[in-house]
Design a protein around this ligand. Structure first.
Ligand SMILES: Nc1ncnc2c1ncn2[C@@H]1O[C@H](COP(=O)(O)OP(=O)(O)OP(=O)(O)O)[C@@H](O)[C@H]1O
Length: 201
């Protein structure tokens, strides 16, 4: 269970929100919505522990995420809306690098199968700077699949995806939720998933 209690977020000289509370349980998807600049990314950064709230707290399985950050981070996958890929490494090397950083076992066949699932067969060994914007997002989908994290926090994951990739990402998310995973995402588009809870900022 991910829980936020009475969060207040200040950025610069603006108070973005106050007294914001939420709960996301196993199998739940929370869609955070709102206009540009309202504070969606800022909220996600509080939920990941990357930023600290002015007041309030974030809990993972009833423990403050600040108390044992490494325990929380083992269960978390956060994708920001800038592609967190090393441009000079290949798609395959990026997956392998993240697996090493995340301390996840990733056999070569599994990495190749993940890239193939998202339409990157034959492009595994191209440096990421040679991939299109949508292909880079597909590498990140392969990372989501191979990471094995319980909690996904995704900032605008549908950006730059074509219709097929949107459907593939929805399927990947549905599988994650069906296996008891949790998801918080932002999206300016409607999210085509069953049982989505909405938080309007
Ligand atoms: N480090 C910072 N210093 C000052 N202001 C900041 C900082 N980071 C964000 N802001 C401001 O906080 C507000 C919220 O930003 P945020 O990125 O959370 O918005 P958002 O809802 O995700 O927007 P978008 O839909 O455009 O992605 C914006 O007005 C932004 O300029």
């Amino acid at each position: 269970m991910l829980e936020a209690r009475a969060l207040t977020c200040v950025r610069g000289d603006r108070k973005l929100f106050t007294d914001l509370s939420l709960r996301v349980g196993s199998g739940d998807c929370l869609h955070v919505r709102g206009e540009n600049g309202v504070g969606k990314t800022s909220l996600l950064r509080l939920l990941t522990g990357l930023a600290k709230a002015e007041s309030g707290e974030v809990l993972w399985n009833s423990q403050s995420i600040a108390s044992e950050p490494s325990v929380f981070h083992r269960e978390l996958l956060f994708l920001g809306h800038r592609d967190a890929l090393k441009e000079e490494l290949t798609a395959l090397e990026n997956l392998q690098m993240y697996a090493a950083l995340d301390d996840v076992q990733l056999p070569l066949e599994k990495a190749l199968a993940a890239l193939a699932r998202f339409g990157l067969r034959g492009r595994e060994n191209l440096p990421v700077h040679c991939l299109s914007a949508g292909q880079k997002r597909r590498v990140l989908m392969a990372r989501m699949l191979t990471r094995g994290a319980r909690l996904w926090i995704l900032d605008e994951p549908f950006n730059a995806l074509d219709i097929h990739a949107v459907a593939e990402l929805e399927k990947l998310i549905a599988e994650h939720l069906a296996s008891g995973g949790l998801l918080v995402l932002t999206s300016h588009q409607a999210v085509n998933l069953s049982k989505v809870k909405v938080l309007d900022l």
